[in-house]
Design a binder for this molecule. Structure first.
Ligand SMILES: [Zn+2]
Length: 752
């Protein structure tokens, strides 16, 4: 039986490989046997040179050069289009830049600290077919070997790799792969970056950029694209190691686009250094603490244990997978690339809450209990407060600071991140909470409580007892302290996971509350944890893996009390979303008003991200938007809305109007954003593929305007119909024209 099980997949592997690679039977057989190590792979002649081209006539092709034992990627090109890699600003000479093409290694510390480009690697073995290249490389100066497998199919390139560390000691490394050095699409310099950071971030002038963002922490989805002049290249990093039962395959992955290599970790420093003279390079950084061979025995142990014969790489120490990273060389708009990204990320699971009220609600508001204390109100006032929220279009309210202040008689409830189980007696205690939640439900409202998913106040009860056991530790052995006076929790620690989950379910049972907003959870920076007492030690890059674990535990526990419990995370991360119901994000303010492409809404219509209005942008040189613009933009793009308390008054009429439209047009928040664009003049517009299709639009100016929406010739649209006021606007010669008031929002069905 065992023999059959072994031989069957061998045949399948061989046949499918042969088909995929377009190899002859003999070549495929040789390829297969070489993989098993029974026959040596092609060892190149150090005195010879060769040019290797992989790809198909109709799609993208890659040109590699082997010069003796030196190997590099020279060019990526779609048929008939200008080359993607360039060597000078005039697009005259193509060629590799100073880094990458396709790999660069950076040792982060120790005696071997430094940058190791392709010129420090030598080819040990090399094979290729028409569509795939497999190369093994060893570094001439470091005990590191790398295997790279690059496949071109149509316009998509798949980059897979594996790096093996055979040094005796643990060594922290960054492996950049693929790293495409010096790309340009539009010679006029209009190239831009659109990345999966937050809910979607756009950076113009990519030639003068130094950008890096880690998934999760910066990136909500592991995707970005660089484009200009109607073409571009899109990347998806599609490793699934964070989903495995153990964190052994995890590493920290970051998108990098820049001119200064290696990119400084500090974003502001990186920006200041960007010159645009040599860049941009673009690709992915894979960070891993490579465990030394000392931990696993040496060559003698290896020889005794392994009997495979000659393998292309000897693995004595740690190894790390690189990718798979997929890249798509496309022509068209960002939506062309995003549609492909959506297909690649289609497997990402999203939970749909069984609570129908939640699926139908679209605007979240908040109330600060600190404010209640100052105005002499209490939790008993929640039903009245919710009635006020109806004026904003909201029927769901989040309450930060519902727990006790540690020092009795003070009003600093919000400070006490940790003691959520203890009633806020200065607001009426659990009894007030339970009765007011019940009353709020009777009037059709819902209440979420604010908890911190990753931070504990050191002076709280839990802060004085167990929290330090679960805390993140930096490489220097000190507790991580992003906020003074607070421990940062390690999401991978089961102690924290259990305590947090148990605390939340106890609160649900005691108060009947509808759920929680978990601050920080999918929004804070991606942290490494070097706490030697933790089960994941010594591997520090367990952030994403741990977040999935803690959210899974919370879901398991709260479901025991009520599966309708709503779990909202801060941030817009796409990971662990099978356990949570949505997110609350300040995309506009956090991104310094560069959240101008609705990427997450396009990729994941089921994401349920409540995007904030009102908050002022963070950081230097951030442009100020008129206060109504973020709300109007969110409404046009189909994001759910979080109404910040500070802007309630000024935004109430628009919020109410948006909610009326959202209630009449569920397509705006739930249907797929269309790949098709309608050209709009004097307004913002977005098209949703509902049944029927729907278009939302907004006038983001202080003046009344005559608005034009022009439909593509192939789209049959005879009239626009507004469900709210039953207005019909004719479409003549593919154009609809109508008047919009200042800051007006509306939506239409597209009727044929
Ligand atoms: Zn830890």
């Amino acid at each position: 039986m065992k023999v059959i099980q072994l031989s069957f997949p061998v045949d399948c592997f061989s046949i499918s490989r042969r088909k995929m690679l377009g190899l002859t039977a003999a070549a495929a057989t040789s390829f297969f046997w070489q993989r098993l190590g029974a026959a040596p792979l092609n060892q190149p002649d150090p005195k010879s040179n060769e040019i290797i081209r992989i790809g198909t006539e109709a799609g993208v092709f890659l040109t590699f050069e082997r010069r003796g034992l030196q190997f590099s990627l020279q060019q990526i090109q779609r048929q008939t289009q200008p080359p993607i890699l360039y060597g000078d600003s005039g697009l005259r000479t193509a060629g590799p830049g100073p880094v990458g093409n396709p790999l660069t290694l950076v040792v982060l510390n120790g005696p071997q600290q430094g940058t190791y480009g392709m010129d420090t690697f030598e080819v040990t073995q090399l094979e290729h077919s028409q569509t795939q290249l497999m190369v093994y490389l060893k570094n001439a100066r470091l005990p590191m070997q790398v295997g790279l497998e690059i496949t071109a199919e149509g316009d998509v390139i798949e980059w897979r790799g594996q790096a093996v560390w055979n040094g005796p000691d643990d060594t922290d490394v960054d492996l950049y792969y693929p790293l495409l050095s010096r790309m340009r699409f539009d010679p006029a310099g209009s190239d831009r970056l659109v990345s999966g950071e937050l809910s979607g971030v756009e950076k113009p002038h990519v030639a003068t950029l130094n950008y890096s963002a880690t998934y999760l922490g910066g990136l909500s989805s592991p995707v970005f694209l660089v484009e200009g002049g109607g073409r571009g290249i899109a990347f998806v990093e599609d490793s699934r190691a964070d989903l495995a039962a153990d964190p052994g395959g995890c590493r920290q992955r970051s998108a990098v686009v820049g001119t200064e290599f290696p990119l400084p970790d500090n974003g502001d420093t990186a920006l200041a250094l960007a010159t645009g003279e040599d860049g941009p390079f673009a690709g992915w950084r894979h960070r891993r603490l490579m465990l030394g061979a000392k931990r696993f025995g040496g060559q003698a142990d290896y020889d005794e244990a392994e009997s495979h014969g000659t393998l292309p790489m000897i693995k004595l120490g740690d190894s790390v997978d690189l990718g798979p990273v997929l890249s798509y060389a496309y022509g068209g708009t960002w939506k062309t690339a995003a549609l492909w990204m959506r297909q690649q990320r289609e497997w990402v699971p999203f939970r749909s809450s069984p609570a129908k009220w939640y699926r139908d609600t679209t605007i979240l508001s908040e109330e600060m209990p600190d404010r209640l204390l100052r105005t002499g109100e209490s939790l008993y006032d929640l039903p009245l407060l919710l009635e006020e929220r109806h004026e904003l279009g909201s029927d769901m309210m989040s309450l930060p600071g519902f727990a006790e202040p540690e020092i009795i008689g003070t009003q600093e409830n919000m400070l006490n991140r940790g003691d959520y189980f203890y009633p806020a007696e200065n607001l009426g205690g659990w009894e007030a909470m339970r009765r007011s939640v019940e009353a709020t439900h009777r009037q059709g409202g819902h209440v979420l409580l604010y908890v911190e998913g990753l931070i504990v106040w050191k002076r709280s009860r839990i802060g004085r007892s167990k929290a330090s056991d679960w805390a993140l530790m930096d490489a220097d052995g000190k507790f991580t302290e992003n906020y003074r006076g607070f421990y940062d929790m390690c999401p991978a620690e089961t102690g924290w996971q259990d305590w947090f989950a148990q605390t939340l379910v106890d609160i649900v049972r005691t108060t009947g509350v509808d759920g929680f907003f978990m601050d920080s959870m999918l929004a804070t920076d991606n942290h490494r944890c070097f706490n030697p007492k933790h089960a994941h030690a010594p591997q520090p890059d367990i952030w994403n893996w741990g977040l999935r674990r803690v959210l899974k535990r919370v879901r398991e526990e709260v479901d025991k009390a009520d599966p309708n419990t709503i779990l909202l995370c801060e941030g817009a991360g796409d990971l662990a979303r099978e356990f949570t119901d949505g997110s609350l994000s300040h995309g506009h303010a956090w991104s310094r008003m560069t959240f101008t492409v609705p990427l997450s809404r396009f990729l994941h219509p089921q994401m349920r991200a409540f995007e904030a209005d009102g908050m002022q942008p963070h950081g230097p040189n951030a442009p100020l938007w008129p206060v109504k613009k973020p709300l109007l933009w969110n409404a046009v793009q189909g994001y759910r809305v979080f109404m910040e308390q500070e802007s309630h008054e000024v935004l109430a009429p628009l919020g109410r109007r948006v909610r009326e439209y959202y209630d009449l047009y569920p397509e705006i928040c739930d249907a797929q954003v269309s790949v098709t664009d309608a050209q709009s003049t004097n307004c913002m517009a977005q098209w949703f593929d509902g049944l029927p299709s729907v278009i939302a639009c907004g006038n983001d100016s202080d003046t009344a305007r005559l608005v034009t929406i022009e439909f593509p010739a192939a789209t049959p649209v005879a009239l626009l119909f507004d469900r709210r006021d039953q207005k019909r606007i004719p479409v003549e010669s593919g154009k609809a024209q109508f008047q919009m008031e200042p800051w007006e929002y509306r939506a239409f069905e597209l009727r044929v």
